[in-house]
Design a protein around this ligand. Structure first.
Ligand code: HEC
Length: 105
């Protein structure tokens, strides 16, 4: 009986996790334009604008997360900060990373 419950709980958790990932993707898309990342990295993160930015589409989500966090903390992305007043939070960066990692390269 206990075992059944544990299985049910595991299934439930797996399900709510995947729902969360889906909403991360759609929210991440909005955040990506809200924080004006697209101005340098291109609307679909595939066509960097001018000499700026690199292709982010299809990168590994953890990779994007760590690099974005590092750039923002080291202020290499200072225009991002200027443009929006406040830098994206870790939760927001995670959402953008999830979104970008789902894009085709
Ligand atoms: C002002 C232009 C500009 C904006 C706006 C901008 N970036 Fe960048 N981004 C760059 C440039 C230039 C690079 C190349 C690496 C560097 O900074 O030396 C880069 C690199 C990156 C990388 C590393 C890519 C790699 O191949 O390793 C990530 C991840 C990234 N940006 C995420 C973001 C996110 C997320 C946003 C929005 C919050 C954003 N950037 C907004 C210019 C920009």
């Amino acid at each position: 009986m206990k075992q059944k419950l544990a299985i049910a709980a595991a299934l439930f958790c797996a399900q709510s996790l995947s729902v969360q990932a889906d909403s991360n993707v759609s929210e991440g898309k909005e955040l990506f334009s809200q924080f004006r990342c697209a101005e340098c990295h291109g609307a679909d993160a595939k066509k960097p604008v001018g000499k700026y930015g690199s292709v982010l589409a299809g990168m590994n989500t953890d990779d994007i997360f760590l690099k974005t966090k590092k750039f923002i903390e080291s202020k290499s992305h200072e225009q991002v900060l200027q443009g929006c007043g406040e830098p994206p939070s870790h939760v927001q960066i995670k959402k953008m990373s999830d979104y970008l990692s789902t894009l085709p390269k």
